[in-house]
Design a protein around this ligand. Structure first.
Ligand code: NAD
Length: 248
């Protein structure tokens, strides 16, 4: 689906980002994988797995909330592959607490990574894609943006914000050939969720139409399609990838 295309994935050291980077590479894309410097070893492992599967991949360390590092990341993709066809803005964090127990520091940290980070990465991607004549951006939101989300209020607020950025950007840049969509995963088996007890996981799965925890590859399939020309009439969408959890 993505032959001769080049792009980037943030938060690619683990979980959903790693699975998406591998899937995009399987679809023949050149992928720059990015994550924090502190996740260098794990993210380089993602790049090695892509290389072992025969694809080109590079690692660039960056913090999504640092504007200069975002500019440098986009520049790296363009210097290496000539253009930026797609971006999967996926890095995110999610502290657990009831709202009354959430510290202002945790709230600010979550906004910094999930919301400011998504804004900054998109800003520099738009500037490049406008020069290139188009592209496809996929942000990772959450199905916590589609309803109330007890115990993850700060996180849910940022993921609602990601949808605001996604739909606005879709309208602002549609005419210039840039599509912007979001995936809204339900519970996916990653380091972010493995701390949930078996009991809590069963509780979460109970209202779903498909009663299992999702795998990162479930999200990767949706992201690869949204990055590709196969979804050329889709923009501004907040696509649940959540086993029908918000459908019920
Ligand atoms: P994860 O913890 O495995 O991966 C998140 C990655 O983001 C990590 O590699 C981490 O190092 C990176 N990261 C954190 N802060 C960063 C920063 N400032 N700059 C760059 N990278 C940073 O978790 P995951 O479950 O794979 O989460 C990926 C995305 O999916 C997140 O945005 C998360 O909110 C979202 N999500 C996850 C689930 C789920 O159930 N796992 C559900 C809905 C949405």
């Amino acid at each position: 689906m993505l032959r001769d295309k080049a792009g980037l994935v943030t938060g690619a050291a683990s979980g959903i980002g790693r699975a998406c980077a591998l899937r995009l590479a399987t679809e023949d894309a050149a992928v720059v994988v990015s994550d924090l410097e502190s996740a260098r070893d794990r993210c380089q492992q993602t790049a090695r797995e892509i290389a072992q599967a025969g694809g080109p991949a590079e690692f660039v360390a960056c913090d999504v909330a640092d504007e200069q590092e975002q500019q440098d990341l986009v520049d790296h993709v363009v210097r290496t592959y000539g253009r930026l066809d797609f971006a999967h803005n996926n890095a995110g964090i999610g502290p657990h607490a009831l709202l009354a127990d959430t510290s202002a520091e945790d709230f600010d940290r979550t906004v910094r990574v999930n919301l400011r980070g998504t804004f900054l990465v998109m800003k520099h991607q738009f500037r490049q894609m406008l020069r290139d004549g188009g592209g496809s951006i996929v942000n990772t939101s959450s199905n916590a943006c589609l309803r109330g989300a007890p115990q993850i209020g700060a996180y849910a607020a940022t993921k609602h914000g990601v949808i605001g950025l996604t739909s606005t950007a879709a309208v602002e840049y549609g005419e210039q050939g840039i599509r912007v969509n979001a995936v809204c995963p339900g519970v996916i088996r990653t380091p972010l969720t493995t701390r949930l007890s078996e009991e809590r996981q069963a509780e979460i799965c109970a209202p779903q139409a498909i009663k299992r925890v999702g795998e990162p590859t479930d999200v990767a399939a949706a992201v690869a399609w949204l990055c590709s020309a196969g979804s050329s009439f889709v923009t501004g969408a907040a696509m649940p990838v959540d086993a029908g959890s918000v459908a019920g």
